[in-house]
Design a binder for this molecule. Structure first.
Ligand code: PRX
Length: 631
């Protein structure tokens, strides 16, 4: 085993040599001439001069050794389908999809928006885009028309790929009407909409614009579409994520850096080998789905499971049964899912042969000790918490199992991952906190390693102003998370410093939810905060000031208005963003300068001391919230 501290140190101080070696884990059409061009900080151009293709690395290059081995395993407990695609079959399907896109006029650099459930065609779509150098932008299927419209507007896709419906708990969830509404809300209009008809719900087709995938596939059964070789710095995709301001940011990823980062992470962190099976329970709409359902495992030559369905249907043993059936060696999930499974019959964990499993990785939200303990004892396998963000695309903190035999510590996602020069900064002075056990903002000194965001789509200035601060001669990236580091270099994450909340591992911006709620005609003002929840980690709680109090004079009318508000959020952003409760107050707690004291509201909702309130304008405002919570 390598000395991890040295391994990490070398990745920072001998950056080019370190990453030059990692770069050999992927195929290049032309080798890079520069490993890291950081001549224009904070913009890093990784593997400049190199020419490659993400789809080639994920699919084509494996045909030589494993054409008939499993590549994509699609399992739906919603529609009772199960289909294994070999690398050869995946290659054929991706080419058909690529041919369709080319036929619809998509060329290198064009955007293609993908709004799809967890079906194999979504994977074909993503890989087809990167195959031809088009930039995909996957929008989570749980988002509704308002969220989708914002993303259509910003990404300006030539084509949108979607489906008639997703399915949840055995019930179809129509996608097409939401998509049609989103397109009508957006001032930008796509040229074509490509639809996968699963036969779940009837679909109204818009003549001239809408096309059926099945029809066009028939016409392209044997069309050969070679990979479009692109510069390492060519964008592979954008993925929208929430921040402090209401408008989601398009995190833009490159091609070469991403391929290398994922290949290296499969080796050093996840310990997945070619020919094995990887099972990530996330969704392609999130970053984990991009990196560790689609690209990471496939780049490593592994089979990857794409699962559509609940973890508890037909019963809480479904995921464990898949591990047995497909001999899964690496599993990746989120703490919320494990908390859900914890409520199921414990015998289900013992029912299946899980002996192939090397480790379970968990990420996306804090892993609480009882959950970690339960799953660790139940599986008898290492549980590895890892911390990262949509922006970084792969772990910032973890125990890198392939190169580090240090133990994990409950409550900590581990140490700084190679490539990341992690710092803790004092919130007010911005000074680096060098000692142990001090609370600060988790930050990363530039350049960010390969695979992280290149910029914010279409907005370099926003990238710089949102994430970066300059200390003389150095640029530092903020994660917007609080953290603490112990004497042994293990970090502990203590929550966000901004208005982002984490509901069941889903990252949501409270400002977006507030904007949506404000659309209710009787809402004058609203504050949304994240409040600790046993199952989901956090839930959104809304406190609204109404324009006309007579409309909520009694409990029934207040409940009615609460229901109306929830419907607005469902329709605009999707049920994922729906607040657990909407409560009504006459005034919101604010500072004298008019800043809403969200942190104080959260504290009160969680029964904690709200801290220093000397700047508060009207103490009665917080008291009202306290009374509501205790009522
Ligand atoms: O607050 C941190 C939390 O999730 C945020 C990033 O969410 P997202 O962009 O959706 O990316 C998820 C990628 C796994 C972080 O800023 N977070 C993520 N992982 C952890 C975590 N909080 C605590 N522990 C973690 N392991």
């Amino acid at each position: 085993m390598t000395n991890y501290a040295e391994f990490h140190q070398r990745s920072i101080t001998d950056r080019d040599a370190f990453w030059g070696e990692q770069a050999q884990l992927v195929d290049w059409k032309v080798q890079p001439t520069h490993i890291c061009d950081y001549s224009n900080p904070p913009f890093a151009r990784w593997f400049a001069g190199g020419v490659t293709n993400l789809c080639h690395n994920a699919v084509d290059r494996h045909l030589k050794d494993r054409a008939d081995q499993a590549a994509l395993i699609f399992v739906s407990t919603e529609t009772n389908q199960e289909r294994v695609y070999s690398f050869r079959e995946l290659h054929a399907e991706v080419q058909r999809m690529a041919a369709i896109l080319k036929g619809l006029g998509v060329t290198k650099g064009d955007r293609v928006l993908i709004y799809m459930p967890m079906i194999a065609e979504a994977a074909f779509a993503m890989l087809a885009c990167t195959r031809i150098g088009a930039i995909h932008s996957v929008v989570f299927g749980g988002f509704a028309s308002g969220s989708l419209a914002t993303r259509i507007e910003d990404a300006a896709p030539k084509v949108i790929i979607s489906a008639d419906a997703g399915s949840r708990g055995g019930k179809p969830v129509a996608y097409k009407p939401l998509l049609d509404e989103a397109i009508s809300l957006s001032s930008y209009k796509p040229e074509s909409v490509l639809l996968v008809d699963r036969g779940l719900v009837p679909m109204a087709m818009v003549a001239g614009r809408d096309k059926l995938w099945a029809d066009l596939r028939e016409q392209n059964m044997n069309t050969v579409v070679e990979c479009e070789w692109v510069d390492a710095t060519h964008p592979s995709y954008t993925l929208y994520t929430s921040g402090t301001t209401g408008k989601p940011k398009g995190v833009q990823r490159d091609t070469g850096g991403y391929a290398v980062a994922l290949a290296a992470s499969m080796k050093h962190i996840y310990c997945g080998e070619a020919g094995e099976t990887y099972f990530s329970t996330s969704d392609i709409g999130w970053v984990v789905g991009h990196s560790y359902i689609i690209y990471g495992p496939l780049i490593a030559g592994m089979a990857t499971i794409m699962y559509e369905g609940l973890p508890t249907r037909p019963d809480g043993g479904i995921w464990w049964s898949l591990i047995e059936k497909y001999k899964v060696t690496v599993m990746f999930s989120a703490p919320t899912a494990i908390r859900v499974l914890k409520k199921q019959d414990p015998a289900l964990l013992k029912k299946y042969d899980l002996s192939t499993l090397k480790a379970l990785f968990l990420a996306g939200e804090p892993l609480d000790q009882p959950t970690a303990q339960w799953i660790s004892e139940g599986l008898g396998r290492p549980i590895v918490d890892n911390y990262w963000q949509t922006e970084t695309g792969w772990p910032i903190l973890s125990i890198c199992k392939g190169v580090d035999d240090s133990p994990t510590k409950f409550g900590s996602p581990g140490k700084a991952v190679y490539g990341y020069d992690v710092k803790l900064l004092d919130e007010t002075t911005g000074e680096e906190l060098k000692g142990a056990n001090q609370k600060g903002v988790v930050a990363i000194e530039g350049p960010l390693p390969p695979g992280c965001l290149q910029t914010v789509w279409g907005d370099d200035a926003r990238f710089v102003s949102t994430y970066w601060t300059t200390i003389p001669g150095r640029m530092i990236y903020s994660t917007f998370d609080w953290g603490i580091r112990d004497e042994e270099g293990y970090y502990f994450i203590l929550g966000r410093t901004d208005d982002v909340i984490n509901v069941a591992g889903h990252r949501l911006g409270t400002r977006e939810i507030e904007e949506s709620i404000s659309a209710h005609p009787n809402v004058a003002e609203v504050a949304v905060v994240g409040v600790a929840d046993q199952l989901k980690g956090q839930v959104a709680m809304a406190f609204a000031v109404v324009k006309d109090a007579s409309l909520i004079a009694d409990e029934a009318s207040a409940l009615k208005m609460e229901g109306e508000i929830m419907k607005i959020v469902d329709k605009d952003l999707g049920a994922v963003a729906r607040p657990a409760r909407v409560r009504f107050v006459t005034v919101l707690p604010k500072t004298r300068s008019g800043k809403c004291l969200r942190r104080a509201i959260t504290a009160v909702c969680e029964g904690r001391d709200p801290g220093d309130l000397t700047t508060m304008d009207d103490p009665a405002a917080l008291q009202q919230i306290k009374d509501l919570i205790n009522s």
